[in-house]
Design a binder for this molecule. Structure first.
Ligand code: HEC
Ligand code: HEC
Ligand code: HEC
Ligand code: HEC
Ligand code: HEC
Length: 468
């Protein structure tokens, strides 16, 4: 075919002949062009948001670029192998005129110019694609829906959390190149685990190698700044449907050592808290070491000796030892029902609805499909016509239970508090004492909060404040 082209074009195209005169390189060329064509066709539908599936991002930003660059690598490999086989006396070399590898040789110059231009174009494409791939892998879209079965519990809980506009990677990776690389490596392992269906169900928590929270959380929250007291109003409902409220004034406290309060005492300037735990979940804490500007005090649980401490796993306390579910908080059935009843999704006026709903919520269901059928039916059977409430109860279940991931009520505990799980009382139990017994980690009800009302129908404090 080259013979039919005008001579000037034949000269210009001669490097291409070199590229495609062997099978391996030809496969490379096919891969590169196929990937490019697919990419160009898929991109518009993805950008316009009409792509039907979340997986298209993987194809667009990971799979196709992978094929593209694999193709690019295969082409020179093919040329090299082919010409090595032909040896120096290759008739083809002579035909193309590249037998003399010198700058004076016009054919050789032409080939180099071609390679240089192609390389420049590829670097531009590669830079652009790498940027997009990285950006894409950091997106909530990639963490949540793409990996939909595995991350569904976290993604669902995340969507109406205070962090719903904070990308997953802001907490899970944070700034800096080395954590970025580390996360991509472990990410690769996770992609394989998903592809081969070998991932753990549920995803185990606490995460063993989570980046120290002070490096991530403090990018946005500065403990010195988040201080003072904060009013907390918690809605509750009795079995008979009466609405009550608990009102607490949380003594959050800033990071200033001189100040009192929760943050000041654990993450304040000059303070370092280390603890020893005997279980993976960090719930059993027999030993706590508290140092303030280097002055150390040690607290031991009852019957714990120095020798026992050596067997414990040590950990330095940071934000996530209290805020272990800052974004994807799972609820207990009681709290889930309190929430949907307070919002009106479930009608609190239906006599006895809470008791029935609680029993229905706590039943085990083998699959989400089963629950989506059974839960509304059971509510409607007890309260005919209460379609909205039936959906409300179901939504409380869907927000917290994920049979595919073996996540159910209580799978993920919350350490912030002490009513639902041990939480603060893992240490604050009046039983952790210094060796001389003089000092204990206390449980004074007013040290952490002032209890302004406990499950009262009409808390006086709220009326005084004019909130009710
Ligand atoms: C505000 C910070 C923050 C954000 C945002 C965040 N996470 Fe987390 N995530 C955490 C912390 C802290 C833990 C648990 C740490 C521990 O207990 O070791 C965690 C744990 C997890 C776990 C382990 C299983 C579990 O539930 O404990 C998964 C999976 C997870 N997160 C996925 C996600 C996904 C997906 C997103 C985005 C949709 C996300 N996270 C957003 C902070 C965050
Ligand atoms: C990229 C920024 C960013 C990062 C990183 C981040 N947060 Fe936040 N955080 C926010 C925003 C924004 C809010 C919502 C503030 C609001 O609604 O007033 C918030 C709210 C909170 C709240 C208050 C929740 C409430 O009930 O009002 C807590 C507690 C919190 N974050 C803890 C953490 C912890 C712990 C980490 C680290 C694991 C973390 N955050 C990481 C941005 C961030
Ligand atoms: C000893 C446990 C503990 C530690 C450690 C801790 N916090 Fe808190 N934090 C709390 C409690 C308790 C509250 C109040 C929660 C509430 O009001 O529901 C709180 C509240 C907050 C709030 C909301 C403040 C507001 O004014 O609304 C933010 C933000 C926050 N913490 C961030 C952090 C960050 C960042 C760190 C790590 C540097 C951290 N916390 C370490 C227990 C802790
Ligand atoms: C790992 C153990 C540990 C956990 C968990 C823990 N604390 Fe503490 N806390 C301590 C130690 C140790 C002290 C210092 C006791 C002392 O100074 O005698 C302390 C002191 C305090 C103080 C000051 C008490 C006072 O009387 O001045 C407050 C307030 C506090 N913690 C709140 C909390 C809250 C809220 C939580 C749960 C969200 C919590 N702590 C969880 C170990 C812990
Ligand atoms: C070490 C700190 C600490 C101590 C000591 C403490 N609390 Fe709390 N308490 C908390 C935290 C943190 C919360 C959770 C606030 C939230 O929901 O964010 C809480 C929540 C509560 C609630 C609200 C429960 C709800 O959901 O309605 C009540 C009631 C309560 N505490 C009572 C007590 C009583 C009674 C004592 C004394 C025996 C006590 N607390 C001692 C830290 C403490």
């Amino acid at each position: 075919m080259a013979n039919q082209l005008p001579p000037v074009w034949r000269d210009r195209l001669s490097p291409l002949v070199l590229l495609s005169n062997n099978l391996i390189s030809r496969i490379g060329v096919v891969l590169v062009t196929t990937a490019t064509v697919f990419w160009l066709f898929l991109l518009p539908s993805y950008l316009s948001g009409h792509a039907g599936t979340a997986y298209i991002g993987i194809v667009l930003y990971l799979l196709l670029p992978g094929i593209f660059f694999a193709g690019l690598l295969i082409i020179p490999t093919g040329i090299y192998l082919f010409h090595r086989r032909l040896g120096p006396g290759s008739p083809l070399r002579a035909a193309i005129g590249i037998s003399v590898l010198s700058w004076a040789n016009q054919e050789f110059r032409r080939l180099l110019t071609f390679v240089a231009a192609a390389t420049f174009a590829n670097i531009v494409i590669a830079a652009n694609l790498t940027y997009r791939a990285v950006d894409y892998m950091d997106s909530v879209q990639f963490c949540g829906p793409t990996c939909h079965v595995v991350m569904k519990p976290e993604f669902t809980a995340y969507q109406n959390s205070p962090h719903s506009k904070v990308e997953c990677t802001k907490c899970h990776i944070g700034p800096g190149a080395s954590w970025f690389v580390q996360s991509k490596l472990s990410g690769l392992r996770q992609v394989f685990a998903v592809a081969f269906n070998t991932y753990e169900r549920p995803v185990a928590t606490p995460i063993a190698n989570l980046r120290p929270a002070r490096e991530t959380c403090e990018g946005c929250h500065w403990p010195d700044r988040y201080g003072g007291d904060r009013l907390k109003i918690i809605p509750h409902f009795g079995d008979d449907g009466t609405a009550t409220k608990s009102v607490l004034l949380m003594h959050i406290g800033g990071g200033n050592v001189a100040g009192a309060g929760i943050h000041s005492k654990h993450v304040g300037a000059g303070i370092r808290v280390r603890y020893g735990h005997s279980d993976r979940a960090r719930q059993n804490i027999p030993y706590v070491e508290y140092s303030l500007n280097g002055a150390k005090r040690e607290f031991f649980a009852a019957n714990t000796t120095q020798a026992d401490v050596a067997k414990l796993q040590m950990r330095e306390m940071d934000c996530v030892d209290c805020h272990n579910r800052p974004s994807h908080t799972m609820e207990t059935p009681e709290r889930a029902l309190d929430r949907v009843m307070a919002s009106g999704e479930v009608d609190a006026k239906l006599a006895g609805v809470r008791k029935v709903a609680m029993e229905v919520l706590k039943r085990p269901y083998p699959s989400s499909a089963e629950a989506e059928k059974e839960i509304p039916t059971a509510i409607l059977r007890a309260f005919p016509g209460a379609a909205k409430s039936a959906q409300g109860v179901l939504s409380a279940w869907q927000r917290n239970v994920f049979p595919d991931m073996k996540v159910t009520w209580g799978t993920y505990i919350n350490n912030l508090g002490h009513n639902d799980f041990p939480g603060c009382f893992r240490c604050h139990d009046e039983k952790h004492a210094t060796a001389d017994g003089k000092s204990k980690i206390g449980q004074d009800c007013n040290a952490c909060h002032s209890l302004l009302a406990m499950e009262e129908a009409k808390p006086k404090i709220l009326q005084d404040l004019g909130v009710e």
